[in-house]
Design a protein around this ligand. Structure first.
Ligand code: FES
Ligand SMILES: [Fe+2]
Length: 375
C-alpha cells in the first residue's frame, strides 16, 4: 500500500531536484510489472470515476474500470453517491454496463435485485432457504470522494484522503478557477496512447520537449519564462502567463486568471488543465496493458452550455498537442525496448521552470514509493 501519511512533508521538492537518471526501461515494458502496479499503485491511489453531474438523478450510474476492476458509481435516492464493485454477490455475474438510470439493479443472471445503496432487495425463490439471509447481503462498496464536483474513488480503504495526498491542490484550484464547481462536461474526446501509462504521464508533466516537439507552443501560447511546475503533495501544479495573442477570443473579465495557463496533475492518472479563457479540460488515463493507455479528454463549460470557442480549442488541441504527444510516446515505447538504450540523466533546474524534468523525478519517486510499499 502506498505510504502517504499526514505527517509527511509531501510538498518538499528537495528529492526531485537531485541529480538522477530516468527509470529502468523494464518498468515500462514488463507485463508482470504492470500486473504488480495494478495492486501497488492503481489500487491504492485516487482514480477518476465521473463528474457528479453525470450521476445527477437518483438511480443514475456510470461504469468504469480501475486497476482491472469493473466499478460503477451511482446516485442513491437520498442524494448520496456511492461506488460499488460491479459484481453480483450471488455467483459473480457483472451487474451494469455503460451508463443509465435504474430504480433497482437487476442481475442479468438469476435476477437478484439490489437497491441503489447496494443492499439486497430480493432474490427469487430464496426466502426461507437455508443459508440465505437478505439482510446480510450487500454489494461491496468503494471509497468515493467529491473533489470540486469531480468524483474519485480509491480501492484502498486505508488510503489517505485526497486533501492529504494532494495537499493544497483543492484550494489552489478553487482560487485559480472560482467557477469550477459550476462547470459541467460539454464534450468528451477519446484517444489511445500506444505506450506505457508512465511514459504518457511523464510526457504530460514535462515541457522540456515543448519548444522542439510542439510547433504551436513555439508560436507562443504561453510566455516560456513564466512557466513553473510546483509539487503540491502528490500533485504537480503547472502555471504560466499566456502570451497576449491567442487563436481564440479570451474574455479577460471571465475569471481573475483568464490570461493564465494552469494544470493540476493528480498522481497517477488524472489532470485538470485550464487554458486561457478560462477553458477547463481534463485528462483521464486508463491503462489496460503494459504498452497501451486509452485516455479521455473532457471539455467543460458553465452548466455544460455549448461553446464554439471551446469546441474549436478541443479540436485544435486534438490535432496539434495531443497528436504530437501521441507520436512522441509511441516512439519512446519502441525506443525503451532497444537493447542499445541506457537510462539517461534527467535535466533538472532547481528553479523548477519550463525546461526542467524534476517532475519526471517526482513521478519516479512516487512510483518507487508505491512499488516498495507493496505488502
Ligand atoms: S449471479 Fe447474480 S443473480 Fe446469480
Ligand atoms: Fe507534449
Amino acid at each position: 500500500m502506498a505510504s502517504i501519511g499526514a505527517s509527511d512533508d509531501v510538498t518538499d521538492a528537495t528529492p526531485y531536484i537531485q541529480p538522477q537518471r530516468a527509470m529502468d526501461p523494464a518498468v515500462y515494458l514488463d507485463p508482470t510489472i504492470f500486473d504488480r502496479e495494478r495492486q501497488t499503485v492503481l489500487a491504492t491511489t485516487w482514480q477518476y470515476a465521473c463528474h457528479s453531474s453525470q450521476v445527477a438523478e437518483p438511480g443514475s450510474y456510470v461504469t468504469f474500470d480501475v486497476a482491472g476492476e469493473s466499478l460503477f458509481t451511482m446516485r442513491h435516492a437520498d442524494g448520496s453517491v456511492r461506488t460499488f464493485y460491479n459484481v453480483c454477490m450471488h455467483r459473480g455475474h457483472e451487474l451494469l454496463e455503460g451508463t443509465g438510470v435504474r430504480r433497482l439493479i437487476v442481475c442479468p443472471y438469476h435476477a437478484w435485485t439490489y437497491r441503489t445503496d447496494g443492499s439486497l432487495h430480493k432474490a427469487p425463490f430464496a426466502e426461507g432457504r437455508a443459508g440465505f439471509d437478505a439482510q446480510q447481503i450487500c454489494l461491496t462498496e468503494v471509497r468515493t470522494e467529491n473533489f470540486l464536483g469531480f468524483l474519485f474513488v480509491n480501492l484502498d480503504e486505508a488510503a489517505p484522503a485526497m486533501d492529504v495526498v494532494y495537499s493544497g491542490a483543492r484550494d489552489a484550484m478553487r482560487e485559480f478557477l472560482p467557477t469550477i464547481e459550476a462547470m459541467r462536461p460539454m464534450e468528451v474526446r477519446d484517444f489511445v496512447a500506444d505506450s506505457n501509462w508512465k511514459i504518457a504521464v511523464e510526457n504530460y508533466n514535462e515541457c522540456y520537449h515543448c519548444k522542439n516537439a510542439h510547433p504551436s507552443f513555439s508560436k507562443g501560447v504561453v510566455l516560456p519564462d513564466s512557466y513553473t511546475i510546483t509539487p503540491m503533495g502528490h500533485c504537480l501544479h503547472h502555471h504560466a502567463t499566456s502570451s497576449p495573442q491567442q487563436y481564440y477570443e479570451i474574455d479577460l473579465d471571465a475569471s481573475p486568471h483568464a490570461a493564465e495557463y494552469a494544470s493540476f496533475y493528480l498522481w497517477p492518472l488524472f489532470s485538470f488543465q485550464v487554458y486561457p479563457g478560462p477553458v477547463l479540460n481534463t485528462f483521464c488515463w486508463r491503462p489496460d496493458r503494459v504498452d497501451r493507455t486509452p485516455f479521455t479528454r473532457g471539455w467543460f463549460t458553465p452548466n455544460g452550455a455549448n461553446s464554439e470557442v471551446v469546441r474549436t480549442v478541443a479540436a485544435e488541441d486534438a490535432a496539434t498537442t495531443v497528436a504530437e504527444d501521441l507520436d512522441l510516446v509511441r516512439s519512446v515505447q519502441r525506443g525503451l525496448a532497444s537493447r542499445g538504450y541506457r537510462p539517461g540523466p534527467l535535466i533538472i533546474d532547481p528553479e523548477m521552470g519550463l525546461n526542467s524534468e524534476h517532475t519526471v523525478a517526482a513521478i519516479k519517486s512516487w512510483y518507487q514509493q508505491a512499488m516498495l510499499g507493496e505488502s
